[in-house]
Design a binder for this molecule. Structure first.
Ligand code: ZN
Length: 128
């Protein structure tokens, strides 16, 4: 599958506006591309009891709910968009279960793109 990194990244940037991050102030948007070709977006959702949900998990859970099981790429935009954002350790572990070769596409507001392979970001992942 040919992945349009800029298009996927742009979706991450745009959805970030819907982030609910009144505590950290660090907004995150992501766009998860399933093997089916559908894209599932997500934002981080914080709350007063500090049991927040990462944008990646919001997108993943929506996709799983819709019946998706295979994923090829995840674009992430975080903070003010000036630097490449990457999924946190928890998200790396959760995403790893679905595809260790998932392409992690970080995009800045200037549309600079960085692509990493998930298994390179999480050596020695926990597996059963
Ligand atoms: Zn996370």
């Amino acid at each position: 599958m040919k992945i349009d990194y800029k298009k996927l990244g742009q979706q991450a940037i745009e959805i970030k506006a819907n982030s609910y991050a009144p505590y950290s102030g660090y907004k995150v948007g992501c766009a998860l591309l399933a093997k089916s070709g559908k894209v599932y977006v997500g934002v981080n959702v914080e709350n007063a009891i500090y049991k927040s949900t990462c944008a990646e998990i919001t997108a993943l859970n929506t996709a799983i709910t819709e019946g998706e099981r295979e994923f090829v790429a995840l674009a992430v935009s975080g903070g003010d968009g000036s630097a490449f954002a990457l999924p946190c350790g928890l998200c790396r572990q959760i995403l790893y279960e679905h595809n260790p070769d998932l392409e992690i596409v970080s995009i800045t507001n200037d549309k600079a793109i960085q692509v990493k392979i998930l298994k390179d970001l999480l050596p020695y992942a926990f597996t059963l």
